[in-house]
Design a protein around this ligand. Structure first.
Ligand SMILES: C[C@H](O)[C@@H](O)[C@@H](O)C(=O)COP(=O)(O)O
Ligand SMILES: [Zn+2]
Length: 181
């Protein structure tokens, strides 16, 4: 697992305001081992030694993994093609879910990188129910209503591109709603 890339991606998510405060979490799977951001951590300030480690069975090997660990693990167990998961609180993507508007895929990037967007109703953050309902989805891009987004990738770069592209499509959707008012 490329720990320096993991830290760099977390820093960019924070610096580009896909998360604020201690929000968001990231994980990477390497065979039967999962590397996760620690619960309560500020993604912009992480060091390589802060990265928590679990196995796919849910045993903690190192540190205190994210409170959304069940969400990450349930997806990895179901989706053998997924090796990275990014959860953010992307503001426009989340805002549209608050006003019950679906994100439209409006440009070429959206069509290429997002394909379909799934939606999960609001369930308490960190709950097994939220994890179960999210893991039921088959899309790689999932909106957690009134909470944030979850993007799945074959690797960390793939998941990161989906986070950025999703927020761009959300911004375009919002602009379209405002112009068409
Ligand atoms: C309230 C929590 O911040 C929730 O939003 C959670 O989903 C999150 O984003 C960060 O939780 P961790 O710090 O436990 O990863
Ligand atoms: Zn969250």
């Amino acid at each position: 697992m490329n720990k320096s890339l993991f830290i760099e991606i977390c820093k960019r998510l924070y610096d580009r305001k896909y998360v604020v405060g201690s929000g968001g979490n990231v994980s990477v799977r390497d065979k039967n081992i999962v590397y996760l951001t620690p619960t309560g951590s500020i993604l912009g300030f992480l060091k390589e030694d802060d990265i928590a480690i679990m196995d796919l069975d849910g045993n903690i090997i190192k540190g205190n993994p994210t409170s959304e660990r069940n969400l990450h693990l349930m997806i990895y167990r179901k989706r053998k093609d997924v090796n990275a998961i990014i959860h953010t609180h992307s503001i426009v993507s989340t805002f549209l879910s608050i006003i019950d508007k679906e994100i439209e895929i409006l440009t070429a990037d959206g069509k290429v990188f997002l394909k379909k967007i799934g939606y999960v109703d609001y369930y308490e953050a960190g709950s097994v129910k939220l994890a179960e309902e999210t893991a039921k989805r088959d899309e790689d891009v999932i909106i957690l209503k009134n909470h944030g987004v979850v993007c799945l990738g074959k690797d960390l770069i793939d998941a990161y591109v989906k986070v950025e592209t999703l927020e761009e499509q959300a911004k375009l959707t919002l602009l379209k709603l405002l112009v068409n008012k």
